[in-house]
Design a protein around this ligand. Structure first.
Ligand SMILES: NC(=O)c1ccc[n+]([C@@H]2O[C@H](COP(=O)([O-])OP(=O)(O)OC[C@H]3O[C@@H](n4cnc5c(N)ncnc54)[C@H](OP(=O)(O)O)[C@@H]3O)[C@@H](O)[C@H]2O)c1
Length: 296
């Protein structure tokens, strides 16, 4: 089978297509033939920086990707035989960009209902719910979301509709129309649209741009920042980096929300041709317009 491996920290063009054996299915294993893989900024960062994320990936080569959708083709004797031939969403911190991925942790495998397409499921991320909890727990009633048009931002905005706070989704000027079209009921702002001075606010930072944070902070007297994109900085005092840890019930909940259409998946450009380098370059060179997907 083909796997896509990171072999160094020299970026996208160093990725290698490697032929290796299909993993053997032991009693605790479930083998998934992958069909759709999300092309994510986190992979891009890891490919050029060993310290890009809080998880340590010390040993190279490693298979890229942490999630994907496929069909179960073999089930070990200790696992649920009902899984055979079922479409599943798979989480796997040891990599998913392979023709076949072995799952040995039942918590990281989710059967997909007919109502949820492969492409929709492949966009799923629970990072938005980490930010939602920070926003709910904050005593501040004003909420700025930078990078609001991102995949995580769009999931977060949809999940905040039950939260009684004033939300300011902040985007770059190029992304205003896209976000307004995707979520027509939401008012969208650029940094320059914010003219009033506010007593207090929490910023949920998805864009990871310190200049944007600085511009916003100049307009807020009492401020806290929670970021999923900046791990370390020294400009802001009330600042926290947060990250997602895979949680089974959270993903089950998100799949249910997609199935009952209370959540809409932002699906971006779909690459049909196995060309992960082209897809990652596309991600790097373009504004976020939904999750870029690679058919495998
Ligand atoms: N902490 C965690 O657990 C965790 C988990 C997953 C992802 N992440 C990180 O979360 C971030 C968002 O992920 P995603 O998949 O939602 O990304 P995405 O859909 O590609 O969106 C990226 C967003 O960041 C904005 N952005 C990027 N660079 C910018 C800059 N220099 N100035 C202003 N805005 C900028 C983009 O704006 P435009 O579209 O207008 O360019 C877009 O809104 C990434 O940095 C990713 O690595 C963190």
């Amino acid at each position: 089978m083909i796997s896509i491996k990171q072999v160094d920290y020299n970026g996208i063009d160093s990725l290698k297509y490697v032929t290796e054996s299909v993993p053997a299915v032991l009693p605790n294993g479930v083998l998934v033939k992958m069909a759709v893989l999300p092309v994510v900024p986190t992979d891009l960062k890891r490919e050029s920086n060993p310290n890009a994320t809080s998880e340590q990936f010390g040993t190279l080569p490693r298979t890229i990707g942490v999630s994907g959708v496929g069909t179960v083709v073999s089930v070990g004797s200790n696992r649920d035989s009902e899984l055979l031939n079922k479409r599943v969403l798979l989480l796997n911190p040891s990599g998913t960009f392979s023709e076949y991925v072995l799952n040995e942790n039942n918590d990281w495998l989710f059967m997909l209902p007919d109502e949820v397409s492969d492409n929709e499921a492949a966009t799923l991320t629970a990072t938005s719910l980490v930010l939602k909890k920070e926003i709910e727990d904050s005593t501040f009633s004003n909420v700025f979301i930078t990078g609001a048009n991102s995949v995580i931002g769009i999931y977060l905005l949809q999940q905040l509709n039950t939260v009684d706070k004033k939300i300011y989704p902040i985007v770059t000027p190029s992304s205003k129309t896209y976000l307004k079209d995707f979520l027509p009921d939401i008012q969208v702002y650029t940094v320059s649209d914010i003219s009033e001075k506010l007593d207090s606010a929490i910023i949920a930072d998805i864009a990871g741009n310190e200049e944007i944070l600085k511009s916003l902070s100049d307009k807020i007297i009492d401020l806290s920042i929670v970021s999923i994109a900046i791990m370390k900085q020294n400009k802001f005092s009330n600042f926290k980096f947060v990250h997602e840890s895979f949680d089974h019930t959270t993903y089950e909940y998100l799949i249910e929300q997609l199935a009952d259409q209370s959540l809409r998946a932002p699906i971006g450009k779909v690459f049909d041709d196995h060309d992960v380098k082209q897809a990652q370059h596309y991600l790097e060179d373009n504004h976020s317009r939904g999750r870029i997907l690679l058919k495998f």
